[in-house]
Design a protein around this ligand. Structure first.
Ligand code: SF4
Length: 329
């Protein structure tokens, strides 16, 4: 058993000071980190408990009519908050599609952003080959069981996927992650928060050492009337996505004025389907248009031995999600 030290921080300044010590990690709900520690996958020397920092909690409106969700807000509280349900139903649906009720009651929004991949080789130190766990060791999934793995944006270093449902909705909504750290505060556009693996699959995000997530900001709600989070998985509850789609539309009658599409279960980060979005803008919501856009979304896909089905599944899920967002299915 590894010895670790524990400190409960009462405010952000104390938390940042405590995190200046190498080997320190922040802990909120702990639903992912504690599992990883018990399995010997992550071995922090010190935990800084941030759950008593009032400034990180709560949901408030922003001057531009957007919404600020504190990093400590529990997933279930965010999903069921009136403002989230009414103005950002896409986010509420995605949150409720994740994990189980017990986990959602414990897990925080900030922790969900930091959730690590569910690649089984990453979780099992009995497999020495995992570049994400041990940089330079190789990737057991390349020649192993890779049914759940990425078809887009992967590298030879890592083919893992981001497991979060919430992150897919936040990508479609163009959320902003607010952080504070040794060099002050900064706002990170959601598309820049998570990383593709490249040569450094051990880095999941662009957070700098010692930085603390303070909130997630949502821009003004443009898509409340036409959005859908569709998750395709092996069983109806408590399962990670094979493929998921966050679709959000602005409609003029049967014409799509603007579309946002993000995919989960297909890449190391939530995957924005920009080409598909452009192909839908100004077009009627009909099957031929949707199928053509869906094909663009998976252009360049490089499936592994066990997951070629995801290429077709992703296209069908996009068509279904956009139809449902538009109210025609
Ligand atoms: Fe590790 Fe990534 Fe390979 Fe999984 S896919 S074994 S997380 S390097």
């Amino acid at each position: 058993m590894d010895a670790i030290s524990y400190q409960r921080a009462a405010d952000i300044g104390t938390a940042l000071q405590a995190a200046s010590q190498p080997g320190t990690m922040f802990i909120g709900g702990g639903t992912n980190l504690l599992d990883l520690m018990k399995g010997g996958v992550m071995r922090p020397m010190k935990l800084v408990d941030i759950t008593h920092i009032a400034a990180l909690d709560g949901i408030s409106t922003l001057p531009d009519s957007g919404l600020r969700i504190g990093a400590l807000v529990r997933n279930s509280d965010a999903a069921n908050h009136t403002w989230v349900r009414e103005r950002y139903p896409l986010l509420s649906q995605a949150l409720l599609a994740g994990a189980s009720a017990q986990l959602r009651n414990m897990a925080t929004v900030g922790g969900n952003l930091m959730q690590r991949t569910r690649c089984s080789y990453f979780y099992d130190p009995g497999f020495p080959q995992c570049n994400k766990r041990t940089p330079g060791s190789g990737c057991a999934a390349l020649d192993g069981h890779n049914r759940m793995h990425a078809i887009l944006g992967a590298s030879r270093q890592c083919i893992a996927t981001n497991p979060s449902d919430m992150n897919v909705a936040l990508a479609a909504l163009d959320a902003v992650v607010r952080v504070t750290g040794p060099n002050g505060e900064r706002a990170i556009p959601f598309a820049e928060f998570h990383r593709l693996p490249g040569e450094r699959p051990d880095l999941d995000t662009t957070l700098q050492p010692g930085e603390l997530i303070t909130s997630v900001d949502l821009p003004p709600p443009l898509f409340a009337g036409h959005s859908k989070y569709l998750k395709v998985r092996d069983r109806a509850s408590y399962a990670f996505a094979l493929v998921s789609v966050a679709a959000a539309l602005q409609m003029d009658g049967n014409t799509i004025r603007q579309a946002r599409i993000a995919l989960g279960g297909v890449a190391h980060k939530p995957w924005r389907a920009n080409a598909a979005e452009q192909a839908l803008a100004g077009k009627p919501l009909d099957p031929a248009t949707l199928q053509a856009a869906a094909a663009l979304a998976v252009q360049g896909a490089q499936p592994q031995r066990d997951n070629a089905f995801k290429v077709t599944l992703a296209q069908r899920a996009i068509v279904r999600a956009v139809q449902q967002a538009g109210g025609v299915a």
